[in-house]
Design a protein around this ligand. Structure first.
Ligand SMILES: Nc1ncnc2c1ncn2[C@@H]1O[C@H](COP(=O)(O)OP(=O)(O)OP(=O)(O)O)[C@@H](O)[C@H]1O
Length: 321
């Protein structure tokens, strides 16, 4: 959908909107923004999964060919931002902003997002809001490299993401503004059913085996699962990723851990380990669910070797001055 001829002096403005994010919150937020906008812009509504990535890719190619500074604002949840960030590749003329309209919205906790039309105008016209390059994570998945801006995870957290995505409970809770609680609901459900696994982690040329693992999360910023501060010290501009492993924990203690993780207190538990590096290799011999930024990636295969590394300062995001 094209709206108004866009010839802003400094920055071309594109919106990529997932109207379905947050069970319709995307459409509601977009209407509000659209009504208040007094700038030339292009608007694109996503029609299916991964459409946001395709649109962002086309916009980026155009921006690079024309050598024009372009701001893409994703309106949606973490999945929509994930698609945009993957779609832009390494386009140097493109910067990414977001307006939160999802259920979990972890991106907006870890990074700045626009709160109003005024802020967008301030960025474009008054230059009161800045931009900065941030790191992303990258996971080699078969022949593809998938970028993540928040985190990727294998095991329990991915099984929660699988259950929550498109679930009826999430839709119902979204209707009463409590979509975030859907993750808590599925955490409780999976607590009763999830089977722990084994993994070998390689980094700095050393290998370590972990048994009875609940999950592995590789973080670029502190938050995951709708506000849980799984990796409190993660910084998206330090050229490093943090790999968190929770293992050898009883089901009841894991439940307790999820009560403390919102405040980042779980890091004191002896069953919680964290490694920091710019790359990790995981060896997994089971079929386990994997997610990137809460989006379902698929299942690991037997004898999987999974490489996860940082992309230093690969994406330009809006940022407060
Ligand atoms: N028109 C559409 N129909 C169905 N799914 C869509 C459409 N547009 C985008 N999607 C998909 O919707 C999924 C969810 O989007 P998103 O993550 O932005 O919202 P959310 O799940 O409500 O928020 P959060 O991830 O923050 O909890 C994504 O996988 C995206 O690809």
């Amino acid at each position: 959908m094209w709206k108004k001829q866009n010839r802003s002096k400094n920055v071309r403005l594109h919106f990529i909107i997932n109207e379905r994010a947050g069970n319709g919150k995307g459409a509601h937020v977009w209407r509000k923004i659209q009504n208040g906008l007094n700038l030339p812009y292009h608007a694109h509504l996503t029609k299916y999964k991964n459409h946001g990535r395709e649109i962002a890719n086309l916009i980026s190619k155009e921006a690079e060919n024309a050598n024009e500074r372009t701001l893409i604002i994703a309106i949606g949840g973490d999945g929509t931002i994930h698609e945009v960030v993957n779609g832009i590749g390494f386009a140097r003329n493109v910067l990414v902003g977001a307006i939160k309209a999802g259920s979990g919205n972890d991106f907006s906790r870890g990074f700045m997002s626009f709160q109003s039309v005024q802020e967008i105008e301030e960025f474009i016209r008054k230059h009161k809001i800045d931009a900065r390059f941030v790191d992303c994570g990258n996971i080699q998945w078969g022949n593809e490299k998938i970028r993540f801006v928040n985190n990727c995870g294998i095991g329990f957290d991915a099984s929660v993401a699988y259950a929550a995505n498109g679930s009826k409970v999430k839709q119902k809770l979204n209707k009463i503004g409590l979509g975030k609680l859907s993750y808590v609901y599925y955490v409780l459900e999976k607590l009763l059913t999830f089977e722990c696994f084994e993994v070998m982690v390689e980094h700095n040329g050393q290998q370590k085996r972990y048994n009875n693992v609940w999950f592995i999360t590789v973080s670029n910023q502190p938050y995951f699962g709708g506000g849980m501060k799984i990796s409190p010290d993660s910084k998206p501009d330090d050229g490093l990723l943090e790999l968190s492993i929770v293992s050898n924990l009883s089901r009841s203690k894991l439940a307790l851990m999820f009560a403390t993780v919102f405040f980042g207190r779980h890091t004191k538990l002896k069953e919680f380990s964290q490694l920091q590096n710019d790359r990790f290799t995981l060896y997994i011999n089971q079929n386990l669910p994997c997610h990137t930024d809460g989006e379902i990636l698929g299942y690991t295969k037997r004898n999987s070797k999974i490489e996860i590394s940082v992309e230093t300062k690969s994406v330009k995001l809006i940022n407060k001055k």
